[in-house]
Design a protein around this ligand. Structure first.
Ligand code: IMP
Length: 227
């Protein structure tokens, strides 16, 4: 099964491929030589994921998957959310994480609540779209820990495992993460949608073949008449 991934974030793409498994061949925008701006100008992740999946699917003429995710922190009025990638401007994640730790400095554990949210949309070239959401709750750690994952993972402490997300193995993170939960729900649509997409492609091909056969019959008839 082939799906285009409407993302340029290598950390995300790697995780999505790991979660979906080998049965799904994720094609990147560069695999298809598509140079497209993935606008995230909506206020809600659902809007952004839907828009990205629909525009890439229409352009690539294939099913497309988009994810809009982010971290929400209670002490920051549940921001940065959809603006997580832009938080603090054009600085690396080490600095973004440091900024958050400074903003929360001195706050006790009960005031450091956070959550990752993820919305995944699967769109087809005919405009059909399926969307699913996932969420995981945690606590902003006192200091960064771990080298795995990406983005805010070193400061996202997950109490049930007594580790930050960056200290988890990929398998562990992909069992419990916001992205895994959303993708698990979308997998059901993926199988059903792929079957009807494949069937639709068949009809399209048959229609095309039919037209060619008709055309060759027409020219045979014309030749017959001319004799
Ligand atoms: P976007 O969905 O492309 O807008 O980017 C989502 C941003 O949210 C990422 O670039 C990270 O900053 C953050 N984020 C989302 N999911 C994760 C995760 O699993 N680990 C770490 N950071 C994440």
């Amino acid at each position: 099964m082939e799906i285009v991934i409407a993302s340029k974030n290598p950390g995300k793409i790697r995780e999505i491929q790991e979660i979906l498994g080998k049965g799904v061949n994720l094609l990147s925008l560069s695999d298809l030589s598509l140079d497209i701006e993935l606008a995230e100008d909506g206020e809600r992740p659902r809007e952004n994921a839907g828009k990205k999946a629909l525009s890439v699917s229409a352009l690539a003429k294939r099913p497309a998957l988009a994810d809009d995710s982010g971290i929400e922190i209670e002490a920051l009025d549940w921001t940065p959310g959809v603006l997580s990638a832009r938080f603090g401007g054009d600085i690396d994640y080490k600095k973004k994480n440091q900024m958050i730790l400074e903003l929360l400095s001195g706050l006790p554990v009960e005031k450091r609540k956070t959550r990752y949210i993820c919305v995944v949309s699967l769109a087809y070239p005919n405009g059909r779209i399926e969307t699913a959401e996932g969420m995981v709750e945690g606590v902003i750690a006192e200091e960064p820990k771990g080298k795995g994952g990406f983005g805010y993972d070193p400061i996202f402490y997950y109490p049930p495992m007594d580790k930050t997300f960056a200290e988890l193995s990929p398998e562990e993170k992909n069992r419990i993460s916001h992205r895994a939960k959303a993708l698990c729900k979308i997998k059901r649509f993926l199988i059903r949608g792929q079957e009807s997409w494949e069937k639709g492609k068949g009809t399209e091909a048959q229609r095309h073949r039919g037209t060619e056969e008709d055309r060759s019959q027409e020219s045979k008839d014309r030749r017959q008449k001319a004799k």
